[in-house]
Design a binder for this molecule. Structure first.
Ligand code: IFM
Length: 445
């Protein structure tokens, strides 16, 4: 048996979402285009030609969607602000209607006794800023600080919980090296530049939030996964060490005052040309909490490519693992425990929140019901591993499900369904899945 109460009465339960994945209404009330609006409309970039144009129509339906959250007895709503709703051109004139939308959303949360948790950046950079080079242009430090300043001043009296970034490794690697996410770039120098600017912004944004929001609870989130070498050979072990530096260490260690993890991946010396006077002092910030977002593990083998990394993932299919999600990810609950312990080993990480965890499985509504037992089993097993780490003394204070409702899963389009709530995209009808009811009950039957 597992029950919510095992985690203690103050433990926070919630859901996480992101603006582009749910809001739709991409060109109303003065919103400017973002890199995801542009990218999703390019031929061949997104499965089935899907776009976020309508998504879950959350922009118009947020009140009813927050009622669903309430019905599932979840107390935290983590959402991101769409930068180009606030600044249609990235900088310059503020769009009052954009601010109004988030004020209404925040007020609707508070009216329901739901805590709003804001992520400042969940990947939807204003297109006008990308046209000037985006994250690879050093000016982004000023653009981002200006945006953070505006949001914290606008919402800081109502919202106390803030996260700077969602998964910097993902938007830097998939967007600037692999080219499979917006802005679709494949360039190591641009990746290095973007990474350094993101790390400076991470520290600077933390300081702006601290200054503008009294009693703020400040964090940032990292995608992370246990990395295992495919064998005990020295080459595979070294490959795993490099991959671990890229996936799990690169964005947090500068924030903790440890600098870049070049001892794990030598190629990070390529960041040096982008590091300017006094930058190194700007990297650290004392985050109140670190958000971990874990779904799977990665098994890594030394390989003749790609250059600099010389390592490849051994796919779950090839390893013949027992369970794989619709994303092709191995279900590996023990990985949650291992990665929590890995991050807890950092002396300066004082508090951990699982800011995302969840799974996409095939869901079929039958007579108005979605019996997603596989997802319930997934949550139960991952949560057991969260609890194990907590009982061993790790200061874990919350768990947010990815995600409230099925939504636009980036390059995968609408096919993978991660939600606690099923969406019929034709009618926008919502159905709370059995997993959502499981959370509402406080777990086992
Ligand atoms: O949908 C994403 C989310 O935007 C960031 N974290 C992982 C989720 C599932 O892929």
């Amino acid at each position: 048996m597992l029950s919510k109460s095992d985690f203690g009465k103050d433990f926070l339960w919630g859901v996480a979402t992101a603006s582009y994945q749910i809001e739709g209404s991409i060109d109303v009330d003065g919103k400017g285009p973002s890199i995801w609006d542009t990218f999703s409309h390019k031929k061949g970039k997104i499965k089935n030609g899907d776009t976020g144009d309508i998504a879950c129509d959350f922009y118009n339906r947020y009140e009813a969607d927050l009622d669903l959250l309430k019905a599932m007895n979840l107390k935290v709503f983590r959402f991101s602000i769409s930068w180009s709703r606030i600044f249609p051109e990235g900088t310059g004139n503020v769009n009052q209607k954009g601010l109004d939308f988030y004020h209404k959303l925040i007020d609707a949360c508070l009216a329901r006794d739901i805590q709003p948790w804001i992520t400042l950046y969940h990947w939807d950079l204003p297109q006008t800023l990308q046209d000037k080079g985006g994250w690879a242009n050093r000016e982004i430090i000023d653009w981002f600080c200006n945006y953070v300043e505006t949001c914290t001043k606008a919402f800081g009296d109502k919202v106390k919980n803030w996260m700077v970034f969602n998964e910097p490794a993902v938007f830097c690697i998939l967007g600037h090296v692999l080219g499979i996410h917006a802005p679709g770039i494949k360039s190591i120098p641009k990746f290095m530049a973007a990474t350094h600017h993101v790390c400076v912004c991470q520290g600077e944004a933390g300081r702006i939030i601290r200054q503008n929001v009294p009693n703020a609870n400040i964090g940032t989130t990292y995608s992370c996964m246990h990395v295992e070498a495919a064998s005990k050979s020295l080459n595979d072990l070294k490959a795993a060490r490099r991959m671990n530096a890229l996936l799990n260490r690169l964005y947090i260690e500068p924030a903790l005052g440890m600098g870049y993890p070049t001892n794990g991946w030598e190629a990070l010396s390529r960041l040096e040309p982008f590091i300017k006077d006094n930058d190194l002092e700007k990297l650290p910030f004392d985050f109140d909490f670190i958000g971990l977002q874990n779904y799977t593990q990665m098994v890594v083998k030394a390989a003749p490519a790609p250059p600099l990394m010389w390592a490849l993932e051994e796919s779950p299919q090839k390893r013949k693992v027992s369970e794989i999600t619709e994303m092709g990810w191995e279900v590996y609950p023990e990985g949650m425990y291992k990665i929590i312990k890995q991050f807890d080993r950092y002396e300066k990480v004082n508090q951990i929140i699982i800011t995302e965890n969840g799974a996409a499985f095939k869901d079929t509504p039958i007579n108005g019901r979605v019996q997603d037992l596989q997802r319930i089993r997934f949550f139960r097993n991952y949560l057991r591993n969260v609890l194990k780490a907590k009982r061993e003394g790790v200061n874990i204070t919350g768990y947010f499900v990815w995600t409230l409702m099925d939504n636009f899963e980036w390059a995968e389009g609408y096919h993978p369904r991660f939600g606690l709530v099923y969406i019929d995209y034709e009618t926008q009808e919502r159905i709370i899945k059995d997993s959502g009811k499981w959370f509402a009950r406080g777990f086992d039957i």
